[in-house]
Design a protein around this ligand. Sequence first.
Ligand code: ZN
Length: 370
Amino acid sequence: MRFATLWQRLLGVERTVVERVRFDDREGAVVAEVRPRKGACRRCWVCQRRCAWYDRGEGRRRWRTLDLGSVPAFLGADAPRVACPEHGVVVVAFPWARHRARHTVAFEDQCAWLAAHCPRSAVEELLRVAWRTVGAIVTRVVADGHARHDPLMGLRRIGIDEIAYKKGHRYLIVVVDHDSGRLVWAAPGRDKATLNRFFDALGKSGCARLREVSADAAEWIESVVRSRCLNARLSMDAFHIVKWATDALDEVRREAWNHARRTLGNQVLADRLKGCRYALWKNPEHLTGRQRNKLAWVAYSNKTLYRAYLLKEELRLAVKLKGEPGIRLLEHWLWWASHCRIPAFVELPARSAGTEARSRTPCGRAPRTR
Ligand SMILES: [Zn+2]
């Protein structure tokens, strides 16, 4: 490998000629003097078109790049201006840096990745940058990513949800792509107008391409989806279905607690039932030894509450299973729930049937949970 190519790789730059590398004793840093390759020079930073030279601009500039081991590294290059027929007199595009950036693309990409995966203090200390700078870098990296890749392209199966923040006083609508598992859109709000903005951004053809939309049972989501996604099937998302069952289970537990307290006057029993909340609530694979004991006590002492727990668990398994086994188990669950004589659960199939009936038209077939 040639010396210049080796330095290109070490500095993480492309389409760049490394002219000279020196060690700056005063700064204790490596400084590489560079210039764009012939094909990449004198290009307008906006449109990347090759333009006529205008002047030297502000002379030489420096960009910070990734450290070389523990030694800071910088790139130094001329920053002339060109006269673009469309954008006027502008500074040239640099193949190693984004516009207005004081850091190279490699540095900014790493900084944005760290900001997404590490605590703030770790990013600041490791890269020796202020948090405000990190914010500006993340903005540039995200904008660059959006310009290169449209997250709304090719969507077929999406999930819509609302997330509360600021202690439940504010809401975000988020849209995820079920195929890639990625967040593709988010905006503050919790209403039809905000959700319509997503479908506006997706466009008519994008909406027509959607085949599956999952959401909670909110009617405002359903009415927007029904009017905008004519080829999509709307289904309840598994999380909210299981949440209904978990809420019903808690209702049964509270009834048993009230019965023990008020009717039987047995405070010890009431306290034990109160203490079972988390054991009943949690997924069995996450139970502690003590919680498993509590569950065993419920199975022994309160058959109705234990049946409610099994109903919750069977529904959780039904929405987890894929394909035919999942459908069969869900059908069994619907039958069991409607015949279990526990009021909180008897009404659940009717509730989901209501959602089903509402979403049957014009989105197509009835929803099917996965
Ligand atoms: Zn231009």
